[in-house]
Design a binder for this molecule. Sequence first.
Ligand code: UT7
Length: 329
Amino acid sequence: MVPRSTVILGTGSYTPERILTNEELSRMVDTSDEWIVTRSGIRERRIAAPEEETSDMAVHAAKRALEDSGLKAADIDLLVVATFTPDMRIPAVACVIQQKLGIPTAAACFDLNAACSGFIYALDVAASMVATGRYRKALVVAVEKLSSVVDWKDRSTCVLFGDAAGAAVVGTSSEAGRGLLGTRLGAVGNTELLFIPGGGSTSPASPESVANGDHFIKMKGKEVFKVAVRIMGDAAREILEQHGLTADQIALVIPHQANLRIIEALSQQLRLPADRVFVNVQHYGNTSGASVPLALDEARKAGRIRSGDLTLLVAFGAGLTYGSALIRW
Ligand code: UT7
C-alpha cells in the first residue's frame, strides 16, 4: 500500500505513423490475415522509422502527458522509464529523455526493466518515491521499439509486436480515497519462455551471436499464453480481494494488450462484459510495457474514464513479471 495519496495528474501516448498491416506481413513471411486475426486479434501495428529512437517516441508521449497535467518538464524531479529497448546499453534512456525534454539536472532519472509489466512496476516505484515526500512530481514513461529486436523472418513472433510509448505524470492529492489505491507486483522467475539471449553478459555481441539471431525475441507462445491467462486473472483477483472489492465495482479494466484471446479469458474470469474491458490490440499489437499506458491514455481521451471511476490495470510479461494497480479517478 502506498502510504500517501498519489494521483495521476496527466497521461500521454505516442505511436509511430507507419502502419504495418497483416496483409503486408503475409508478403514478408508465411502467414495470413486470417491466422493472425483468429489467433491474436491483431490487424495492424505501428513501426518506428529507422532513425526514430526509443527516446524520441518517449519524448512525444511525455510532452503530451505533461501538457495534460498542466506541468512543465522543469517541474519534474523524478523520471522512471520502463523499457528493454533503450537507445543504447548505457546511459539509461531516462537520461537521454531528460536531456531531450529539459528535465532539471537535480531530478533522479533511471530505467527499469519489467518487460510488459513495466508501466505498472514504474508507476508503483514512482508513486512510492513521491509518497515519501522526497520527490514531488514524477514522470513515468513506458516505451518500446520492439521492431528493433523482432526477427522479421520468424512468423511465430514478428506478427505480434509493435512500437509505442505511453506516459503519466504522478503527484500527490489532499483528497482522500482518490488516486493510486494500491498495486500488486510479482514475478515467477522464468527465463525460458520469453527472452532475448544475446547482448548481455551470458552472450555478449559477437559475429556468432548475430549469425545465431541471439539478439532477437524468442518466445514459446503456447506456454506463455497458458501462464498469461492464469497470472492475469490471479493478479486482478488478488488486488481486488486486498481492497475488499469485487470486479463489478470496476468501471474499466485496462489489461496488457498481448492477445485478444488472453483479454477475453480475463473478462470471463472476472465475469465482466466486453465493454468494461478496454481493447486496442487490433490497432497496435503487443507494444510490451507501452501497451497499458497507451490503452489508459486512449481510454481517458475517449471519455471511457470519468471522475470517481475505479480502473484496474493488469499486465504480465517476460520474467515472468506481473502487476496490477487500482486507481480511483
Ligand atoms: O507480452 C507477453 C508476450 N507474449 C504473449 O502474450 C504471447 C502469448 N501467446 C500467444 O499469443 C499465442 O500462443 C500465439 C498468438 C503466439 C500463437 O497462437 P497459438 O494458438 O498458441 O498457435 P501455436 O503457437 O500453437 O501455433 C499453431 C500453428 C503451428 O503450426 P502447426 O505446428 O500446428 O503445424 C505454427 O507453426 O500455427 C503456426 N504458426 C503460424 N501460422 C501462420 C505460428 N505462427 C504463425 C503465423 N502464421 N504467424
